[in-house]
Design a protein around this ligand. Structure first.
Ligand code: BMA
Length: 313
């Protein structure tokens, strides 16, 4: 039985669209990219690149059509800087990009791999060449974080995933200055027990603003005798109170099915950190890490996704 809803997200026939073989310098694997559509229509992916120490950094790849002919920075774009940011000792990972109109900058929220586990760091950039690094904004263990593009009730809002037991759940926290975070609210829980998203959940790409609410694509992890399976589900949150879940899919909508998703450094992983919305306002391009080894693309329609969620939540 197929484990996906092909009407919601279709894989691109060129998948995987980027691998370590495409890199202009030595790399072990490339995966889990953040994504942005630049003002000139260029798609920018900020890719997680793992070197042969096992440490990651971020590298930008740009393409006019978001599919092929990627121009990849000839050197790492954002490297860990443990001299100034000791929490980046073992690398930086899994960036999620939000354009923030009020700041006229992109907020890049990424995982800093500290001696004490993963934490959440923030950097602002206008051009993906120069970065204003804020350092760690959520202490370990915490990851899968992204900033909402606008203030909510006067404050910035950050979705993130601290580790707890049992299960690891999505939280949202607020800040007036992007540095001090509080008013923490539980946003959505792993379902525990016999569900596909029983053990851990986390934000995938940053939420998409729709008339019906914030559309959230999230990953759910189920552990079984063979290991973990990372699949995707959908949820909708109130635009003005984003900790309020309006809808959540019972079923997963996209799971590892192709060889490049089922087999790699970590088998059975679909892990998007970014998406772009086409100029038609409806087509969503989801960029995901496959099996912690390469980068793939799947596309869908926001209208169709919302309709499906209406019927299946
Ligand atoms: C998560 C993160 C991701 C990774 C996934 C599967 O916890 O570390 O970077 O893709 O596990 O290994």
């Amino acid at each position: 039985m197929s484990n996906q809803h092909p009407e919601l997200f279709l894989r691109h026939p060129f998948n995987p669209i980027l691998t370590a073989n495409d890199w202009p310098y030595p790399a072990h694997s490339v995966f889990n990219p953040g994504a942005a559509l630049l003002p000139d229509g260029t798609t920018l992916l900020l890719c997680r690149v793992e070197d042969r120490r096992g440490h990651s950094h971020l590298c930008a790849a740009r393409s006019a059509n978001g599919i092929d002919n990627w121009k990849i920075d000839s050197q790492p774009t954002l490297l860990a800087d443990p001299g100034h940011f000791p929490e980046e000792l073992w690398g930086i990972e899994d960036p999620r990009i939000t354009y923030v109109p009020e700041l006229r900058q992109y907020a890049v929220v990424y995982t800093a791999y500290t001696r004490n586990g993963p934490g959440v760091s923030l950097a602002l950039t206008e051009d993906f060449h120069h970065f204003d690094r804020y350092g760690l904004i959520m202490q370990p263990e915490d990851k899968d974080a992204a900033l909402l593009p606008c203030r909510v009730g006067g404050n910035w809002a950050l979705i993130h995933r601290p580790v707890s037991f049992p299960g690891a759940h999505m939280w949202i926290s607020y800040s007036s200055d992007l540095r001090q975070w509080g008013n923490h609210k539980l946003m959505m829980e792993a379902r525990l027990g016999g569900w596909w998203d029983a053990n851990k959940i986390g934000l995938s790409s940053p939420p998409v603003e729709t008339e019906q609410g914030w559309l959230v694509i999230y990953h759910g992890v189920r552990q079984n005798a063979a290991g973990s399976i990372y699949r995707l589900g959908l949820a909708l949150f109130d635009l003005h109170a984003p900790d309020q879940c309006l809808k959540r899919s019972d079923e997963w909508i996209f799971g590892p099915e192709k060889p490049y998703e089922q087999c790699g450094d970590v088998d059975n992983v679909i892990f998007p950190c970014g998406c772009t919305i086409a100029p038609d306002g409806d087509t969503i391009h989801l960029y995901y890490g496959s099996a912690d080894s390469s980068i793939a693309l799947a596309s869908g329609s926001i209208r169709a996704i919302l309709e499906w969620l209406e019927q299946h939540s």
